[in-house]
Design a protein around this ligand. Sequence first.
Ligand code: DX5
Ligand code: ZN
Length: 236
Amino acid sequence: MGASAKIAPSMLSSDFANLASEASRMLRCGADWLHMDIMDGHFVPNLTIGAPVIESLRKHTTAYLDCHLMVTNPLDYVEPLGKAGASGFTFHVEASKENWQELVQKIKSKGMRPGVALKPGTPIEEVYPLIEGENPVELVLVMTVEPGFGGQKFMSEMMEKVRVLRKKYPSLDIEHNHENPVTVLVDGGLGPSTIDAAASAGANCIVAGSSVFGAPEPAQVISLMRKSVDEVQQNI
Ligand code: DX5
Ligand code: ZN
């Protein structure tokens, strides 16, 4: 048995003016996590939300808030996001070359789950030290579009990174007990037409914005994506 499927709608595609009700709608539709895209207008050419919004949303839900930090200085966000009630803190490897060890330690000390993300142009080898270190990350987010905006086209050539990662860490367990395979998350352009490629490459956590929020029945899209991941992971 491989890793469990996690379907995480990207709230970037939600109606931000009704964030709490959009969040509960997604949970009713079967979402496991809520993916929160935090952008600083510097690391990426877009500006979204930060800790104050996470804090407000936290008052309305106990859901796992999977925060994706597309920011130049992730260290500055650890304390505020920890206080705000974030669950996962995934920073970009391109923004943490100097201080990832300190960053991971601090994220854990604030009770959040550390993850590392990489842009399409970044080789997968760059995240190995973060998975193998003494204080490892627990999730790897493989960007399947250029970070910054929802609604872009899935880059299928990124599946090679997912395959390589799964092969290298078939059931890498950071807690040393084989019950917790590394979470491999894909983000960007996922939906009914691309899910099989991602699932068969070994991704178990699927972020999807426009395909879920744009669907007349988001629950159907979520359950279809879950089925695709489960089918692959059950045979591992
Ligand atoms: C892009 C974000 C994604 C985005 C995904 O920078 O990281 O989470 O919202 O949206 P879709 O599924 O529309 O590509
Ligand atoms: Zn994201």
